[in-house]
Design a protein around this ligand. Structure first.
Ligand SMILES: C[S@@+](CC[C@H](N)C(=O)[O-])C[C@H]1O[C@@H](n2cnc3c(N)ncnc32)[C@H](O)[C@@H]1O
Length: 220
């Protein structure tokens, strides 16, 4: 299904508290350096138009949320959505999440990583562009704090099965994937993301799972 063009957000909305440009990011990416507090940090990779960020940041105001979205127009739209919602616990960065996870997020520092409906890159020669690859899973496994979770939803069965197989092979420490239930959706915004809404409204099956690894306590 083709993706609609995103409209430029209203220029009168102040995004300065939310938008974090990649070249202005601190070297170490933590709750302290991004938000100036020690609250649990949840990261969404590929935030699209920001429905998850806006909803989850309202449901869990005691957590920080950082959306990393590679497409600048979508990052601006997501930032505008959370600004309109009046959130102060969200940051959005227009950037590729891969290198940020690879180097700058400390071990055992994240409460959750969310990846919803990542681009499928259907063609065989393009599959290496998929966000959920071996290196990314290893970085998620390294950066999740005890009690942390990785959420992955998609409507592409082949991508879903590939990631489950890959995780079992390269990051068995994540433990078994746990099925996640769809929520009731009475209202247009009662979906986790825009792509979930689109799939469900077109009766396309959605595959939902999360991992909640039990890490060994650190030696004392
Ligand atoms: C199919 S859309 C889904 C958007 C949203 N998660 C949803 O479910 O509505 C996938 C999003 O991931 C973004 N994306 C793709 N590769 C990325 C990367 N390496 N880092 C950050 N965002 C990425 C795309 O620009 C796009 O907005």
């Amino acid at each position: 299904m083709p993706r609609r063009q995103v409209r430029r957000p209203d220029k009168t909305i102040d995004l300065s508290g939310i938008l974090r440009e990649p070249d202005a990011l601190p070297e170490q990416l933590t709750a302290a350096t991004l938000f100036g507090n020690e609250r649990p940090l949840e990261i969404e990779v590929g935030s699209g138009k920001g429905l998850f960020l806006a909803t989850a940041s309202g449901e869990r105001p005691e957590h920080n949320f950082w959306g990393i979205e590679i497409a600048r127009p979508y990052a601006l739209t997501a930032a505008a959505r959370v600004a309109r919602a009046g959130r102060d616990n969200v940051r959005v960065t227009p950037a590729d999440a891969g290198p940020l996870f690879a180097k700058r997020i400390p071990d055992r520092s994240l409460a959750a990583v969310h990846v919803y409906f990542p681009d499928p890159w259907w063609k065989k020669k393009h599959k290496k562009r998929r966000v959920l690859n071996e290196a990314f899973l290893q970085n998620v496994s390294r950066t999740l704090a005890p009690g942390g979770q990785l959420h992955f939803w998609t409507d592409v069965l082949e991508y879903f099965e590939t990631v489950l197989e890959l995780a079992a092979t390269v990051t068995p420490e994540l433990g078994p994937p746990i099925p996640e239930e769809a929520s009731e959706a009475e209202h247009d915004l009662d979906y986790r993301t825009h792509f979930e809404r689109r799939s469900r409204q077109h009766a396309i099956p959605v595959y939902r799972v999360y991992w909640a690894p039990l890490f060994e306590p650190a030696a004392v």
